[in-house]
Ligand binder design. Structure first.
Ligand SMILES: Nc1ncnc2c1ncn2[C@@H]1O[C@H](COP(=O)(O)OP(=O)(O)O)[C@@H](O)[C@H]1O
Ligand SMILES: [Mg+2]
Length: 459
């Protein structure tokens, strides 16, 4: 349990069906867990907007600061916990979650937030009756998922949760079906003598794990949720002596045992993984920095603090990586590509236009192969990788080679004057901070662009 001082053991209660007893299960499990072990912090929040959790746990006169919405907006979870009734901590519900749904990029957001939430002990997450992106996040972050089923229809429904787990590479073993709202008066003849036996048999037959403990349908529980006082009462305090009381006790017992056997909850593993990822990204970045040529790839002069770096240049085999200065590249375009036979002064409108266009373009040089070994293709793409221009030039690798051939030779030259089987890409960079193009996310975007371009060149 040491790890759980900082990382919660997360239990998600989920089912696509409404009215199967999710919220009742989530709330009462929290209270029973707390009763089992006073020293164990137990927290709860809900992605639903019915405020049942708030009604159950809030203390009269308590000042509320923040809600689940703030958790999703990156407020550390610990700062949002409110000490509630029965010693259970809760994060107040919110009805502005639907608006936040768009900002959920993928299923790992909640896992990341819980990895840095600093919530100790056990955290229970109640979900809405669907498999939207919020629920998917709650499933991904969970050490244990409890799926209440009350009949065959809700069991059929949980197939989607299992499929989602398989798709994400998550372990099916962390899913447990819990038969809820079981009417014990219903008896069958034959092998499956009652509802719970029948449901369990079907669950096992489908390869689902089903808890031995089930929750009976009880008029008592119904009256605790719906009564003239408009209150919600816990089974722990108001249901003593009933079947559901002992069923919840045993479910809480099992849950606590499982939690204690978990030395590394997912929140901790996720945190570790993320730190490793950060480290990996940092190393990859420094690796790219170290691989950079120290001179401008057009003019060959050493780059210094004062150089006006404007382009990053990389061969498709990554053997050549470096920068090009702004003026150098414009001059190169003027003379080697547009073949304007004279120097254009800095303020010349044609030169300015070539410069401006170049800043919005990606250029690629591909030496000809096969039938045209003595040519080089010059391509211009826009920054999304749409082709704009292609021109073919003669390639001359003799000692008195021209500027374009010199550039090709300098960046794509290989063994004994042969060119490598590669192309060269020139991509504009931010002159203030050229190396930012080498930072993980930016670099990955550029590599995507490179692939897009390569697909078009080699059709
Ligand atoms: N064990 C139970 N016995 C009787 N009624 C129950 C039981 N569990 C839940 N209910 C009732 O069933 C309804 C749905 O329960 P709820 O927990 O809100 O389900 P969900 O969160 O899945 O929609 C509620 O009216 C609740 O009072
Ligand atoms: Mg509910």
């Amino acid at each position: 349990m040491r790890a759980m001082e900082k990382y919660p053991y997360v239990i998600t209660v989920s089912s696509e069906k409404g009215g199967v007893g999710k919220t009742t299960l989530a709330i009462n499990l929290a209270i029973f867990l707390k009763a089992l072990d006073e020293d164990l912090p137990v927290s709860i929040f809900s992605f639903d907007n019915h405020f049942t959790i708030d009604k159950m746990f809030s203390i009269k006169g308590q000042k509320l600061t923040g809600s689940v919405a703030d958790l999703l907006l990156e407020t550390p979870g610990r700062d949002l916990l409110h000490t509630g009734q029965y010693g259970v901590n809760y994060i107040p519900s919110s009805n502005s979650l639907p608006e936040l749904r768009g900002s959920f990029k993928g299923p790992m957001v909640l896992a990341r937030l819980l990895a840095m939430a600093d919530i100790p002990g056990i955290l229970i997450v109640d979900t809405r009756p669907d498999l939207d992106i919020m629920t998917q996040n709650a499933l991904f972050a969970a050490d244990r998922v409890l799926v209440p089923i009350k009949d065959m229809a809700s069991m059929d429904n949980c197939r989607n949760i299992f499929e989602l787990f398989d798709k994400r590479g998550l372990d099916r073993k962390s899913l447990t079906l819990v038969p809820c709202l079981i009417d014990e008066r219903i008896k069958f003849d034959g092998m499956f003598k009652d509802q719970k036996t029948l449901l369990k048999a079907f669950a096992i037959n489908r390869g689902y794990r089903c808890s031995d403990t089930f929750i009976s349908k009880s008029p008592k529980v119904e009256s605790l949720n719906t009564n003239p006082e408009g209150k919600i009462y816990p089974i722990l305090t108001h249901g003593r002596g009933t079947d559901v009381f002992s069923q919840f006790s045993s479910l809480a017992d099992l849950t606590l045992q499982e939690c204690r056997e978990t030395t590394e909850p997912r929140a901790l593993l996720f945190d570790k993984w993320q730190k490793e990822e950060d480290q990996r990204k940092k190393e990859a970045y420094f690796g790219r920095l170290t691989g950079l040529k120290s001179e401008c790839l057009v003019c060959g002069r050493e780059l210094s603090q004062d150089s006006q770096i404007a382009y990053y240049c990389e061969s498709s085999d990554s053997a050549t990586c470096g920068y090009i200065e702004a003026d150098c590249f414009t001059s190169f375009l003027v003379s080697a590509i547009f073949r304007i036979g004279r120097e254009l002064p800095a303020e010349d409108p044609t030169r300015l236009m070539i410069h401006q266009t170049a800043r919005q373009s990606v250029f690629v040089l591909t030496p000809g192969e096969g039938e045209a070994p003595d040519t080089v293709d010059f391509h211009r793409f826009d920054l999304e990788g749409n082709p704009l221009l292609k021109k073919t030039y003669p390639l001359n690798l003799a000692p008195e080679r021209d500027e374009l051939s010199g550039m090709v030779e300098g960046t794509l030259g290989g063994y004994e004057g042969q060119l490598r089987d590669a192309f060269l890409m020139v991509h504009p960079v931010n002159g203030e901070n050229p190396a930012s193009i080498l930072v993980e996310d930016n670099y990955r975007e550029m590599m995507k662009l490179k692939r897009r371009i390569a697909e078009q060149i080699y059709v």
